[in-house]
Design a protein around this ligand. Sequence first.
Ligand SMILES: [Zn+2]
Length: 124
Amino acid sequence: MSKFACTCGNVISDVQCPNEVTGLLLSDKSLEAFSNAMTDTIRDYFQLAFSGQIDTWRDKHFNKAYPNDLSPADMIDDVLSSKLFELTLRVMECDVCGRLWVQEKPDVNFYHGYHPDDAADARR
Ligand SMILES: [Zn+2]
């Protein structure tokens, strides 16, 4: 996503990254799942690395098109970033009316809008 039309008429843009108007929503349940994924991914990487089986780890997480010249940090980051986006909802805040737009489900391009009761205190 790069631009989103708020019902107030403002256009929310995440073209500039990072920015102050978009983010991620992670439930407690998803946070626990992500935390477990971090621990499992890193532990699994080091166990296989110490036994000389990095290719086994790579095959578990990536297809054959994945570059084979990336650092361990970059590979682990790719695995964990993918997991994070599987578990989180995208959130946008209109910087004019303060409405929050929350993604319905991960990988679904539909957002529910929530308008603040105290509209006079909208962000700007
Ligand atoms: Zn708005």
